[in-house]
Design a protein around this ligand. Structure first.
Ligand code: ADP
Length: 454
């Protein structure tokens, strides 16, 4: 792929002066790039081995608070360091910033140099390894939906997030004329990311004013998550460079459709599509049936990892293409899981539950784990559903609120087995904290409703 650099390539670009800055980053619980901007000479001479960061970065929230209740770190333990170990296979250009490259890091314990178990990249690597031990490779694609706004982030912040005018005036689903007007932002997003080594497929208008989707070609799960995090970061930066704002908040207005991140999944064995069986109905192999049965059975357990904030649950409204039912269908967008690529080697399952705010490492890890469980336990897949599944009272629901998803996470024997108690307890605390913070807030809605009339 053009844009990815070997360590030797990087060194030569540093010595000829074309690269002067290396962004040394890891992905936090919220899916953000966190780290430091290194002078490139320092990076290639010494810091490529490791650097350090405060360990609160994997026990914080969107506001960078220091909540209590985490076993891994606290004020009592003095908020020590983690090691950031650059994964030199992830060095790439950052073409939208001058003279800049980027590398992703694994997060290690400062003393033992073991992977920090609740680090999102470590969580995904663990499930990928389990799958490898069974002889399979997961190939995944996470769609990125987001909204572009007319004004800049700074202006929107100054308006108290009230002056929210999307970049377009009408539903632009698949719309070529409207998306032409947005090419000032979207073309550099596609081209810079491609030049950074991401296999960009396309962008398209989505089903709301100002809503966009970016598609990246499916790839091994860890690459897919790395691509998603880098692309999300780039979309925000490139929109900002052009004086606009991009948001991945799943639901920014009660009357507007929300933003999702659908996750396409398939398993491969020795380079062959293991989900494909040309003689079977839909081309769906037994293996795929068991994987899907696991995905469906354990969806309530892992919903938190698809919808991690209070706002995430506002997206789940009837008739908006945001499904909440733990059933599957063939090419029907109202079910939580959709079989795509019917009868072809591209046969795959798409999970449509996740919001644009999901962390791709965590979302993929828990779904791979659920699929493995389905295979191990040879779970039976119920028949496909049809029609408008929003109206199907018999179809089971995922948890409808963050509070409910926190309880299914806390009580999930399955997730405790496959992720470890320490990891489940860590993310349960993150979920509780999010709810506690929301419960402390007094919202605009409450004031407008009750100020005069209560
Ligand atoms: P749609 O029309 O729903 O957008 P696409 O054909 O564009 O469907 O595919 C959506 C995503 O699925 C793309 O990112 C694509 O790379 C990915 N994809 C295609 N084949 C597979 C597969 N076998 N496994 C996982 N993802 C796949």
């Amino acid at each position: 792929m053009p844009g990815t650099l070997s360590f030797e390539d990087l060194k030569s670009r540093v010595s000829d002066g074309t690269i002067d800055t290396v962004l040394v980053c890891f992905v936090d619980m919220q899916g953000r790039l966190m780290g430091k901007r290194f002078h490139a000479v320092n990076f290639v001479e010494t810091s490529f081995k490791e650097t350090h960061c405060c360990n609160y970065l994997l026990a914080t929230d969107l506001e960078m608070a220091t909540p209590d209740g985490y076993a891994s770190t606290s004020w009592q333990s003095g908020y020590g360091d983690y090691v950031m170990a650059p994964d030199l296979n992830t060095i790439r250009l950052v073409p939208w910033l001058e003279g800049t490259a980027l590398v992703l890091c694994d997060v290690l314990d400062h003393h033992t140099h073991e992977a920090v178990p609740h680090s999102p990249r470590a969580i995904l690597k663990k499930q990928v390894k389990r799958l490898e031990a069974m002889g399979y490779e997961a190939k995944m694609a996470t769609e990125l939906e987001f909204f572009l706004f007319e004004k800049s982030l700074a202006d929107i912040r100054k308006s108290g997030f009230r002056d929210l005018e999307p970049i377009s005036g009408y539903n632009e689903d698949y719309h070529i004329f409207q998306t032409t007007k947005e090419e000032g932002v979207m073309r550099p997003i596609r081209n810079h990311l491609y030049a950074a080594g991401l296999p960009i497929e396309n962008s398209k208008g989505e089903a709301e004013s100002g809503q966009e989707e970016l598609n990246i070609r499916y790839s091994p799960a860890l690459n897919c998550a790395d691509y998603h995090s880098i692309a999300k970061h780039a979309i925000k930066e490139i929109a900002w460079q052009n004086g606009h704002a991009a948001t991945f908040l799943p639901k920014w207005h009660k009357d507007r459709v929300g933003s999702s991140s659908h996750v396409h999944q398939s398993l491969w064995k020795d380079g062959e599509a293991a989900f494909f069986d040309g003689d079977a109905k839909h081309g769906k192999s037994e293996l795929m049936s068991h994987y899907m049965a696991g995905l469906i059975k354990y969806a309530p357990d892992y919903t938190y990892f698809l919808a991690p904030y209070v706002n995430s649950y506002k997206r789940f409204a009837k008739g908006t293409f945001a499904p909440t039912k733990t059933v599957w269908s063939v090419d029907n967008r109202t079910a939580g899981f959709r079989l795509c690529g019917e009868g072809t080697k591209g046969v795959r399952v798409e999970c449509r539950i996740g919001g644009s705010d999901l962390n791709p490492y965590l979302a993929q890890a828990v779904m791979i784990a659920a699929g493995i469980k389905g295979i191990e336990d040879q779970l039976d897949l119920s028949p496909a559903t049809t029609g408008d599944i929003y109206e199907d009272a018999k179809a089971a629901d995922i948890p409808q609120t963050l509070r409910a998803a926190t309880e299914t996470l806390r009580n999930s024997q399955f997730l405790r087995e496959v992720m470890g108690d320490d990891v489940v307890d860590h993310y349960t605390r993150a979920a509780e904290w999010e709810q506690e913070e929301f419960d402390r807030a007094v919202t605009d809605w409450e004031i407008a409703r009750g100020f005069e009339r209560a």
